[in-house]
Design a binder for this molecule. Structure first.
Ligand SMILES: Cc1cc2nc3c(=O)[nH]c(=O)nc-3n(C[C@H](O)[C@H](O)[C@H](O)COP(=O)(O)OP(=O)(O)OC[C@H]3O[C@@H](n4cnc5c(N)ncnc54)[C@H](O)[C@@H]3O)c2cc1C
Length: 377
């Protein structure tokens, strides 16, 4: 897909997109000095379902920055793509939400049980589990106090503990809380197949489920592995040097979830998180223009400000990272919940600016008062 010619140009061949796939990008160009840079802006166009929107085409550029993100990795597990929901994008999350509401309604009206299984005990799976349980508690106020009891909730994790990126104490507290709110937590269980009636695990056991969500790791877009000259790992991430340049290719940069960077002082690559992606983007935005003028490109250094996991209204846990006032500590309870909420607001502010972020906050507060806590449409 990517080829080089002799005039220090890089060609990025973009795939043909049909409208049945979601077209979710726009492309723009800019020039800095002698170099033309291709940058890819993401948008969300899905207007012409079923027809071809853009032909495959080649775009010339001197420097290429890959920031393609990642998507859920089903590791090729049988039946997962057909039978499990993913929650990578807003569209997928909304599809899951709609199916969940329909199935809960059916369970109430038909007086049936509903079995929900979440695969993956990382931050995404754990946060979803807590939110799901909270949603059902709210739903029990809407005419069927027994609705919570109709649900069998299971969380499956292949590793020996939940939240493996967090200290063991946080994993243990999280597991205890999820059990308390009614989840069956099964660790050390690798799912080997999914079917319409549920999941099969590597020990031969079956987990019957009516609704399954897959949140068991991420991978970069598959096509990165097919690009001539780029070194990628098993998750299709581009392996980069501390300057964020691809191995042996100075003019191709990769950052965020689609890149794999192991810093010299670390024993594992940086995790695919927003914190890493943002810092890498800031680093490149600062230094790329200077590098284009001939200056040296400094190495990227990650500042770990800690991680937070929110268990809805129940609790939140966090590590404070290696920087900041309380470096290396743990937090939980109200302070962790407040920190999580503040992080979300900071993210909104970074995206929209302070005035709009403040209005969004106000709008959410007002909606919280005037709208029902759960919607059926
Ligand atoms: C449900 C969920 C919850 C998460 N919660 C947290 C959290 O609490 N904290 C945290 O730190 N991280 C969290 N993450 C991870 C975080 O979202 C990612 O680490 C971060 O978004 C990575 O940034 P990125 O710029 O590399 O990729 P993205 O933010 O994914 O951006 C990549 C963009 O590239 C576009 N793109 C993809 N392919 C192409 C193509 N071929 N051509 C053009 N454009 C393309 C995509 O549409 C996308 O818009 C969460 C992820 C998920 C799915």
């Amino acid at each position: 897909m990517l080829a080089r010619n002799f005039s220090r140009r890089v060609f990025l061949r973009l795939p043909t997109y049909s409208a049945s796939e979601k077209l979710n990008w726009l492309i723009g160009f800019t020039r800095i000095g002698l170099f033309s840079i291709t940058y890819i802006l993401t948008g969300s166009l899905d207007l012409f379902r079923g027809s071809l929107i853009v032909e495959e085409r080649a775009i010339a550029c001197d420097v290429l920055v890959l920031a393609l993100g990642s998507r859920a990795n089903d590791f090729g597990t049988l039946g997962v793509a057909q039978h499990c929901h993913f929650i990578d994008s807003q569209i997928q999350a909304e599809a899951f939400n709609a199916t969940l509401r329909a199935k809960v309604t059916r369970a109430v009206v038909q007086d049936e049980a509903l079995r929900v299984a979440i695969v993956g005990g990382g931050a995404t799976g754990v946060e979803l589990a807590a939110e799901l349980s909270h949603l059902l508690e709210i739903a029990s106020n809407y005419g069927d106090p027994a609705v919570r009891g109709r649900l069998e909730l299971t969380l499956l994790e292949s590793g020996s503990r939940l939240l493996s990126a967090f200290p063991p104490a946080i994993s243990a507290s999280t597991e205890e809380l999820l059990r308390k709110i009614g989840f069956q937590v099964q660790t050390g269980k690798r799912v080997t197949a999914a079917a319409s009636e549920g999941l099969t695990c590597d020990d031969g056991s079956a987990v019957p489920a009516d609704l399954m969500v897959w949140a068991a790791g991420v991978k970069a877009p598959d096509f990165l592995t097919g690009i001539d000259g780029l070194e990628t790992n098993r998750s299709h991430q581009v392996i980069v040097r501390p300057t964020l340049q691809a191995i042996e290719e100075d003019r191709i940069f990769a950052l965020g979830d689609c890149a794999s960077l192991q810093l010299p002082e670390s024993d594992r690559p940086l995790p695919p998180t927003a914190q890493v992606a943002t810092q890498q983007a800031m680093h490149l935005a600062r230094h790329l223009p200077r590098w284009l003028k001939g200056e040296r490109l400094p190495d990227f250094g990650f500042r770990d400000y800690g991680s937070l996991v929110s268990l809805g209204d129940y609790n939140a846990f966090g590590t404070l990272g290696r920087y900041g006032l309380f470096r290396g500590g743990f937090i939980q309870g109200r302070f962790a919940q407040f920190s999580h909420a503040m992080l979300y607001r900071r993210h909104q502010q970074a995206l929209h600016g302070l005035p709009k972020a403040t209005m969004l906050w106000l709008a959410e507060r007002i909606n919280g008062i005037v709208q029902p806590r759960i919607r059926m449409s």
